[in-house]
Ligand binder design. Structure first.
Ligand code: FES
Length: 121
């Protein structure tokens, strides 16, 4: 699990990424950060009052999961889906449960909801 406060992208513990209400339920918001050496493209998926954050990089072939901004879920709304080859990932932990990278996982990002805001851990 990545902690944004630990990867030298200019964020500290408690920094606000956005408000929960900035993300429509069932959709995601994308963020991109640069450290000296790496680029971190992440997305925060909202599911009711919860959020789940991951690096936007499929473990199969390193592609971004989504083709459309903010749209990461397959049509039933149960799984995250990589649009390149159709891998399905559990929302709770990013584990791939179907597709070419079955058993691999998305890299999760540690965030918290505090007072209606999504904050850096
Ligand atoms: S790149 Fe995601 S399933 Fe192939």
């Amino acid at each position: 699990m990545i902690k944004l406060s630990a990867i030298n992208v200019g964020l500290g513990v408690g920094d606000i990424l956005c408000s929960l209400n900035d993300i429509e339920d069932g959709c995601a918001k994308e963020f991109s950060y640069r450290s000296d050496r790496d680029i971190y493209d992440i997305f925060i998926q909202r599911h009711g009052g919860d959020v789940f954050a991951f690096v936007n990089n499929c473990p199969h072939a390193g592609m971004p999961l989504n083709m459309e901004a903010g749209k990461f879920m397959e049509k039933t709304g149960k799984y995250l889906m990589c649009h390149t080859h159709g891998a399905l990932f559990q929302l709770s932990d990013g584990l791939c449960v179907a597709g070419p990278c079955n058993g691999a996982s998305l890299q999760s990002v540690d965030v918290l909801i505090e007072k209606g805001n999504i904050i850096v851990v």
